[in-house]
Every structure is written in C-alpha cells, then in structure tokens.
Design a binder for this molecule. Structure first.
Ligand SMILES: [Zn+2]
Length: 216
C-alpha cells in the first residue's frame, strides 16, 4: 500500500469538533504525528460547544498538548450541547468564519455518517464551506455503534498511541466518569485500525472525495 502524503510540506491544517474532546478522541494521534513532524505548522481549531467554562479550559490545555510546537489558534463557541440542528445558522456562521481565516492543506472533521446529530451536522457544514480541501472524517466510539469501514488510515507509532491515551486521561477530567472514556476503548480501537493497515496502531478516517495526482 502506498502511503499518500500531502504532496508537499503541510503548512496549515484545520481541525473541528462539535464538542470539546471530539478532535482529540478522533484525531489526537494524527495531530501529534503531524505536529511532531512539522514544527510550526498552523492549526486552526474550532469547537462549537463548551465555550466560557471548564470544558473550554480543558480543551485549550488538551489541544496545546496534542499540537506540540504548532501555531495553534483555537476558537470555542457556546452553542448548546446536543442542539446543533436548532442552532444551524450560528454553527454555519462559525464554520464560514473559520473558512475565511485560513486556507488549509488538510481538514480534520467528524464523519458525515456519524450517529450523533451534532457531529453529523458539523460534518455536513464543513463540506459546504471547505469545497476544495482534503477532508478526513474521524471516528468517535459511542453507544449507537456507528463505526463503519474506514477508507483512510494514519498509522501511529506505539509512543504516539500511548501519548494520545495519556493526554486524553490527563486533560479531560470532566469526562472520566463516562463508561466508554478509558484506556482500553481508545487503545483498542487504535489497535483494530492498526491491524487493518498493517501497523501496530492507527487512526482511521472516512474520505468522501480524493483527487489524485498520478502524473506528478
Ligand atoms: Zn462529541
């Protein structure tokens, strides 16, 4: 299997989440891998809910740790959790503002077929604003059982996979009570995705469109 790159050194990426911790759970290992390989890379991150409180503080510390050496610009909005469809215009405005502020080489976002309406809604908004960008849809394990068959894999070194789990447990104390928020769940999914791409660990993504450049 050929490991496809971005074709050049990535300068800017975008990462979005409906909730604080979505980006870190879905793509924390990929963020670590990218930021360690490309010091100074700009990361424009947007989170739609959790602004102004404890969860925003957690998210700021967490993403700073997940993006070592990066030029991280994080915006956390205050939309109500679980009610994104009722606040569609505000969410759309936030995404359009993000789009106006950067021209990313890569976008990390939820999957358009995620079972959580907030995740799915944000994923759909992203494809309307970032129309000419490689967008990787990350996975979040949940009760609904919506994991599918991913099409793209980022292998993770054992060190990065372990660091991801450690940072998730260190930086989101508000989530530790959740029954699925544990080391086995995070590392277990990464191990399964690793098996699927001949690696020890990996994060997997849904890709709806990919333009190739086989002619060079
Ligand atoms: Zn979420």
């Amino acid at each position: 299997m050929i490991g496809l790159g971005t074709g050049r050194r990535p300068d800017r990426i975008v990462a979005v989440g409906a909730h604080c911790d979505d980006i870190a759970i879905g793509a924390g290992g990929t963020l670590l891998t990218l930021c360690l390989a490309h010091p100074g890379i700009r990361v424009d991150a947007l989170v739609l809910t959790g602004g102004g409180g404890e969860r925003e503080q957690e998210e700021r510390a967490a993403l700073a740790a997940f993006c070592p050496g990066a030029d991280l610009r994080l915006t956390v909005h205050k939309l109500p959790d679980g009610r994104l469809p009722a606040h569609w215009d505000e969410a759309k405005g936030a995404v359009e503002e993000l789009r106006a502020g950067t021209e990313p080489d890569l976008v990390l976002a939820p999957r358009t077929d995620d079972a959580h309406q907030d995740h799915r809604g944000l994923a759909k908004l992203m494809t309307t604003a970032f129309r000419d960008h490689l967008t990787l849809g990350y996975e979040i394990v949940k009760w609904d059982g919506d994991l599918g068959r991913p099409s793209a894999y980022q292998p993770l070194s054992t060190e990065v996979a372990e660091e991801k789990v450690r940072l998730l447990q260190e930086h989101y104390p508000s989530q530790r009570h959740r029954p699925w928020y544990d080391r086995e769940a995070f590392l277990g999914l990464a191990r399964i995705r690793g098996i699927e791409c001949h690696s020890r660990y990996a994060e997997a993504f849904a890709v709806t469109k990919l333009t190739l450049n086989l002619g060079g």
